[in-house]
Design a protein around this ligand. Structure first.
Ligand code: ADP
Length: 555
């Protein structure tokens, strides 16, 4: 953003508004960045830039959104954050696009509706000879933090008194020094149309605090990885061999650990990103078209001992409380990066419709009819970014000209840009404010190296000084132009930023994916692109030359 002295003189702070249930870390970070807190008594109703709450906003809040404002939720995202809804959506997608793509979520039954189907499956398993009966995990559909969970193998131990899902229990988790763990991955969707997904390269590995043992299914400290449970475990504060104290690692430490054991962490990361995209696609068409929102999801991923990642659940308003120093490192930086992602401009500090450039920048973004994207695909439905005709014209021509140039040169440009983004971080308004106030950026990513630990099957001891901080280079960029700039696009080239802090753009990953998500969403084409991407990601010997039937049965 160009920055001149006159503007500096009139610069007002950005203003945040928090619901009382929002963790203190959010306030701390915003204050660190020079923001001020909204004062209901003193300020006008619309005199704020960011409204953050842990529950969904009312539709009227979405309808009355102003150009300078952002809300931290999209409507309807609960469709993947409630366990039964998620199970239903993924089952539907599996039915349409085939089990090979949608095999990342453990088989689930929603009780009481699926009781008969569950009994049939359970009985079938028991009767099939030579097959070890599965373990099952029963979870209340709308509880979190490990509350009300029961693990069982024998149906006589299965009791429930509320709506639950019964999921196949992953009984072969990849253990580290005998402990179970899972990954808390942060995902930020800055737009559902065009679909724009970022995953966060830093995150939390959450350990159980007692050794995994299928002989003690009722030991929550051995089977559940929730911090809310394990922090009360007898071993929480003890120095556990190979794990350390507490129950968390950063992704940085985890990556170092994997690399020191010669595990292909990049392939694992790509597989996890595919899960994220395929999961979000399940609800993208049904998210009402709204502007100026974003959604931070917490994806819980379990890796089994064949290195297969499984999606356990998707969390709405993932916990941002700071329980330990690792939380502080990861979550405060995450919050800083979210604010950077929101890409506030100088005009946003004015919080007026008549600020410089607002007529152009914001036209068409304030009064958004709350239609779904499917509805928006009709000809006379309004586009939230600009008039449909306008945006289509410019976007199509830009994409065409892009497609005319050699794909390689475009990719090269994307990679160079990505690198530049890392060495010269963008000067957003908030980063300038921070600089001007002489406030330090968050502490740099921790670069903890792995101590000597053995992953099952690892052949070599850990190298002492592995220093790795990123999963992968930035993705291919999409190259399209819109006359009206949504907040998540760069002012310079109207593309989503390939990387913002530790957020990496994972969707759109190519032009076809972009095209299929820009005006309404063409899920079938996107799934097809993801399938091609997944095939390319396989080691050469394993790539499928012929297309497999189950990928292609798009119904
Ligand atoms: P909650 O919302 O209560 O945290 P989760 O679905 O995240 O519910 O489950 C809590 C914990 O239980 C997870 O972090 C994980 O350790 C364990 N868990 C959940 N589902 C499974 C499963 N299908 N297989 C193995 N472990 C699971």
């Amino acid at each position: 953003m160009a920055y001149d002295h006159d503007a500096e003189d009139i610069l007002k702070p950005l203003v945040f508004r928090l619901h009382q249930s929002v963790p203190e870390a959010v306030r701390e970070v915003l204050l660190e960045r020079g923001w001020s807190e909204f004062d209901e008594q003193e300020q006008d109703e619309a005199d704020w830039n960011l409204y953050w709450q842990n529950s969904p906003f009312r539709m009227t809040d979405h309808r009355s959104i102003k150009p300078w404002q952002r809300l931290n939720h999209y409507p309807e995202t609960v469709r993947i954050t409630r366990k039964d809804y998620l199970a239903r959506h993924l089952k539907r997608m599996k039915g349409i696009y085939g089990p090979s793509l949608y095999e990342f979520s453990p088989v689930a039954f929603i009780m009481p509706n699926d009781y008969v189907r569950f009994i049939a499956e359970y009985t079938k398993e028991r009767q099939s000879q030579g097959k070890k009966p599965s373990y099952w995990i029963c979870k209340p559909v709308d509880l979190s933090r490990g509350r009300g969970i029961l693990i069982f193998q024998d149906i006589k131990d299965f009791v429930y008194d509320c709506m639950v899902i019964v999921q196949k229990y992953i009984s072969n988790p990849l253990l580290i020094s005998g402990y179970k763990w899972d990954l808390r991955l942060y995902v930020c969707v800055t737009s559902f149309c065009p679909l724009t997904i970022y995953t966060y390269e830093e995150g939390l590995v959450r350990f159980a605090t007692e050794k995994f043992d299928l002989g003690s299914l009722d030991n929550v400290y051995a089977h559940l990885t929730n911090t809310s449970i394990n922090k009360f475990g007898a071993s929480y504060k003890k120095n556990k061999e190979g794990i350390g104290r507490g129950c968390k690692w950063t992704f940085s430490k985890f990556r170092s650990y994997l690399r020191s054991h010669e595990v292909d962490d990049l392939l694992l990361w790509r597989r996890i990103n595919n899960i994220v995209m395929l999961t979000l696609l399940a609800i993208t068409p049904s998210v009402p078209l709204t502007s100026n929102c974003f959604e931070l999801f917490g994806f819980d991923i379990l890796i089994d001992d064949t290195f297969k990642p499984w999606l356990l659940e998707v969390n709405y308003s993932p916990a941002l409380c700071l329980d330990c120093s690792i939380d502080t490192t990861v979550k405060k930086r995450l919050l800083h990066d979210i604010i950077e992602l929101l890409n506030y401009k100088q005009t946003d500090t004015l919080r007026e419709n008549n600020g410089p450039g607002t007529k152009v920048s914001y036209a068409g973004r304030t009064h958004i009819p709350l239609t779904t994207q499917g509805e928006n695909a009709t000809d006379d439905a309004p586009n939230f970014l600009a008039s449909r005709q306008e945006s289509e014209c410019t976007a199509t021509s830009a994409v065409q000209s892009l497609l005319e140039v050699a794909g390689g040169s475009f990719k090269k440009e994307a990679i160079v840009m990505g690198k530049m983004a890392r060495t010269h971080p963008r000067k957003t308004l908030t980063s300038q404010l921070r600089e001007r106030m002489n406030r330090p950026k968050t502490s740099s990513q921790s670069k903890v190296t792995s101590k000597s630990k053995q992953l099952p099957g690892a052949r070599h001891p850990a190298h002492a000084s592995v220093q790795v901080t990123h999963w992968l280079p930035t993705t291919d960029l999409c190259n399209y132009k819109l006359t009206i700039t949504p907040y998540f696009l760069s002012t310079k080239d109207k593309r989503p930023f390939p990387r913002v802090g530790d957020f990496v753009l994972i969707f759109p990953f190519n032009d076809a994916a972009l095209e299929a998500s820009r005006n309404g969403i063409d899920v079938k084409s996107i799934v097809h692109e993801i399938h091609k991407l997944m095939n390319k990601q396989l080691p050469p010997g394993q790539q499928k030359v012929k297309k497999r039937k189950d990928y292609l049965t798009f119904r």
